[in-house]
Structure formats: C-alpha cells, structure tokens
Ligand binder design. Structure first.
Ligand code: DGL
Length: 259
C-alpha cells in the first residue's frame, strides 16, 4: 500500500485530496495543512520556502511515497527547493494547471491567485514555456481566500468582489481562467456567473492526479479503500467547518501537530 502525502497551507487543498481519492481510492493519504501559519499568499517567498521545507520534512518522517504540493503559493515559490531536498517524487500544481488550461484550446489565458503566486511569475513562465504564442493575463485576488473560508461560494458579496477583480481580465478577452489557489474551486458558482459561459474555469486538481499517476503508475492498481489521515497545525472551528464542507463528513483521523 502506498501513501500519498499532500501539503497545503490550510484546508483548501482538501479539494486536491478529494480529486486524488476519486481516481486513486486504494492509496493511503496523509494530508498536512499548516493552518497555524496560513495565509502563505501574503508572505515573502523566503518564508514560504522555509515553511514548505518544514512541512515536507514532517511528511517525509511519516514514510510517504510521493509528495503533492497542493498549495499554489508554495508550488510557485518553493518547488525547486522541495524537489532538491527530497528523495521521493514531488509534484506541484503549477505545471498540471497550465497543461489543463492549454488543453482547453484557449489562446488568451488568465491566472488568478494569491499575491505570492502572481508575483512569483511561476504560472506565467510555465504558460510561455509550454506554449510561447499564448497571451497571458494575471491578477492577484487576495480577498477570495477569506470569502471561500466564510463559505460564500455563491454569494452577492463574492459576485461583487469577483467583478472588480475579473472585469479587467474579461475586458481583455480571456477565454480560460486558471484557478491558481486551493480555495478558488470553492467559489466556482460566483466565479462562473461573473466570468460568463465563454470563459472556461480551470481547476488543476484532476490534472495533478494525472501527474501523480505518471510518476507512480502502481498507484492506479491498488485496490480497496485507503485511509485518510489529516495533520493540522491548528484546528479552530473555522477550519473544522471548511474541512467538513469539502470532505462531506468529519475526518476520521485528525491530529494536531507542531512542525
Ligand atoms: N493554499 C494557498 C494557495 O493555494 C491559499 C491560502 C494561503 O494564502 O495560504 O495559494
């Protein structure tokens, strides 16, 4: 039985866990959410790298076979450092998200994410590297994380905020919008309404699963239903509520850990 380690700054990355479990139900999962130090999105790249390396160290002490960095901010700022320091395969969300966006056929692609993710240029560079003639737009949307945590995925306030952030991108004719933050899939109803039917919303969760399977083919054949263990660095009522919303139930194995 293999264990997939998943790391996020908080519990938004449980959307990635759910996508992985749908296609790879037989694996065991160890999910680490650094809820005590969230948000990563407004911190400097060197702090995000330090936190991400702590987290990877914690997960590697629990015998994981592959590490998925579900956090876009950490993938954008720390993936090379994580790959260099790890003896197991490490998969980030940036390249899978970019591949998913390009597979829609869109030629004008916008990336939205935290300030850290947008400032890093990781998505923009990956888009140009994989498709040099694509037109790339980008916008940081820092208010989206608290709105998602409030459970306002389909709400007039979220519609309003989304209009302010997305209208300049829509005015420039974007055809696909990469949801470059673990929390944004939770806002899909409002984002889809504001973006309109002509814009495809790209969520990297399923393409991350393809990337995992391409690095560890044996995972697809493991049978049964694996165990899911959650490690959080803080478990306030807010995080418990969001965890329940995403998983659809209370987690069976939840531990509070110190990194
Ligand atoms: N998990 C982060 C990301 O995907 C969003 C939350 C944060 O700022 O830590 O970028």
């Amino acid at each position: 039985m293999s264990t997939i380690g998943i790391f996020d700054s908080g519990v938004g990355g449980l959307t990635v866990l759910q996508a992985l479990r749908r296609r790879i139900p037989g694996a065991d999962y160890l999910y680490l959410g650094d809820t005590a130090r969230l948000p990563y999105g407004s911190k400097s790249p060197s702090t995000v790298r330090r936190y991400a390396l702590n987290a990877a160290d914690h997960l590697s002490r629990h015998n994981i076979d592959i590490l998925v960095i579900a956090c876009n901010t950490a993938s954008a700022s720390a993936l090379p450092a994580l790959v260099a320091s790890s003896s197991i395969p490490v998969i980030g969300v940036v390249e899978p998200g970019v591949r998913a966006a390009l597979s829609t056929g869109a030629r004008r692609i916008a990336i939205i994410g935290t300030e850290g993710t947008i400032r890093s240029d990781a998505y923009q560079e990956a888009l140009y590297r994989l498709s040099p003639d694509v037109v790339v737009e980008a916008a940081a949307c820092p208010l989206f994380v608290p709105l998602a945590e409030e459970g306002w995925g389909d709400h007039p306030v979220t519609n309003q905020v989304a209009k302010i952030y997305l209208q300049p991108l829509l005015d420039r004719g974007v055809e696909a919008l990469i949801l470059g933050c673990t929390h944004y899939p939770l806002l899909k109803p409002s984002l889809a309404r504001v973006a309109g039917p002509g814009v495809q919303l790209v969520d990297s969760a399923s393409s991350v699963t393809d990337a995992v399977l391409s690095r560890h083919r044996g995972l697809a054949t493991e049978g049964g239903r694996g165990k899911v263990v959650l490690h959080l660095t803080d478990a306030s009522d807010r995080f418990r509520r969001i965890t329940q919303t995403i998983l659809g139930a209370d987690p069976e194995h939840l531990e509070i850990v110190d990194l």
